[in-house]
Design a protein around this ligand. Sequence first.
Ligand SMILES: [Zn+2]
Length: 579
Amino acid sequence: MGTARKTLFLVVVCLVVLLIAAGAAFGKTPKRVMIVVMDQMQPGYAQQYDMKNVLFLQDHGVNFKRAYVGDMASETVVSHNVMVSGLFPKNMGWSDEAIRDVDGVLIDPATTLPYGKNAIVTVGDLGTADYVKLITATGGYPKLGDYLKAKFPGTIVANVGEKGYQVESMAANSSDWWVRMGSKKNTADLTAPFSPASVPWTGTYRGAGGNPPPYIKNDPRFLVSVGNKSYPNDYYGTKDGWPSWMYPEDGRYVKGPYAGHESGDIWVADAALAIMDNEKWSGLWVTFSAIDKIGHMWGGGAVDTLVNYTWDPDSIFREVHMPWAAKNADDQLGRLIKKLKQKGQFDDTLIVVTADHGSTYGGKGFYGTDALDGASAYTPGVPGGWYAGTWWPSYTKPYDKPNVTDGPAALQPLMDTGLVEFSYQSTAIESWLKDPTAENMATCAGVMATLPGVIATYVKNGDHYDLTWASDSMTAAERRWWTRHGQELVNTMAFEGSADVVGLLADKTLYAAYGDHGGAQKDVQRIPMAFYMPGISHATRRAGFRLVDITPTVLETLGITPTATMDGKAYHLPIPGSK
Ligand SMILES: [Zn+2]
């Protein structure tokens, strides 16, 4: 062969080899699924805060631009289990921040505590064992982690996040390891395997809670300072005034000043990386929570334009504002991706990036209490507006908060009916009645319709809700969204333990913290939703993808046939060679 022909031959050979290699690399069925939840992230944050890793996954994967939560209540403790069960909240065992334990399934026969059948229980106070009881009481259902472990024997499923209810509800009945921040303890009381010398500060600390693997449980890196008053203060200024002081930072969501003991989303990423280094895993669910905390404190979507704060890029106080928190959360996603690449797992890991709900702020109607902790009378750190009435703060504790009427002043006419046992207010109002007869529900719905910001009221009717009233003063945008989704969303939480009367609120209207979620508003429902794996054909889709569709879609992509009915539907992901 002449030199020119030789060169051409070599080029052709190289191209063929590259094509075969590309086919081998990209023509794959995923062997692992990583779900990264940016708690309370609005879709617009990706561009607004230059979240480069989120943008990469959206711009190279399948990006559902019109994704929405698709159910109620749009709350963390609900959404995290919707994502990995494919079930509407009504079929999950809990559908809101509170439930009525109609059959007393949470009763612990070993105790004599005065709770029981029909007790109102705040779901965020429960632990994994309780969520398992609630799941079992539905008859049980498989979760995404169960399917993955069956498909890939010898693998484990784990999840990590800052908050107890977020991690423990998602883990229940399925995860092998679940890691969250533990409760506050005094550094002076540190015992083996740690000692006071394990930490560079004095005061209080949190360690890894939940069911952490030993390499996390016994690693002093996972001890973090909370409530250390010496630097710069416990609250990074968020306790000093409106609006953040209604739900101030407590050290869990910032990086903090201590090298090697970073808190917040860095802590979460470090725990996830440790699991990636130590385990053969098929499912890893990672939730970053700083965006959520910032959104509650300053108002989701409002921080840059409506809240008067000083942005100092050199101050540690920057960590309690959205530009830093969003960018940092994205950086942590970048570290997870880098680890996948280092371990040679990037090419066959399906990555899902989403949020458990969006957020709004009190720009149009704010009915919380502008005071430290929202002038809460019961739990410091929990705005007073969220809970009103009588409930078990935690079913494992004595029933020590009888007849608390701590709700916002605007709620008073409803409580004055004397018919409400408990009410939860966020960006919707949900009330459980002492005696939920049709007459009492109609009376309460009538009063609820007079409360400020309410745009529609519903009463429970078995497995759905009936609309009893709709405001004629909705804006065109509110009416458009409500007409399309109001009834759909409310119905997804109807089961025997759910609220008897529900009031949906107008856009930018809420009753507790200045930023919040929980209801049916468009800003609260809209979420980012992207699927990525190398080789996937990029597509931007307009379909109304919901959280309940995640598990069916992942199962379809992996060629796994569901063994139980789900409420979500599978969307086909264009991954050549998958299944
Ligand atoms: Zn959340």
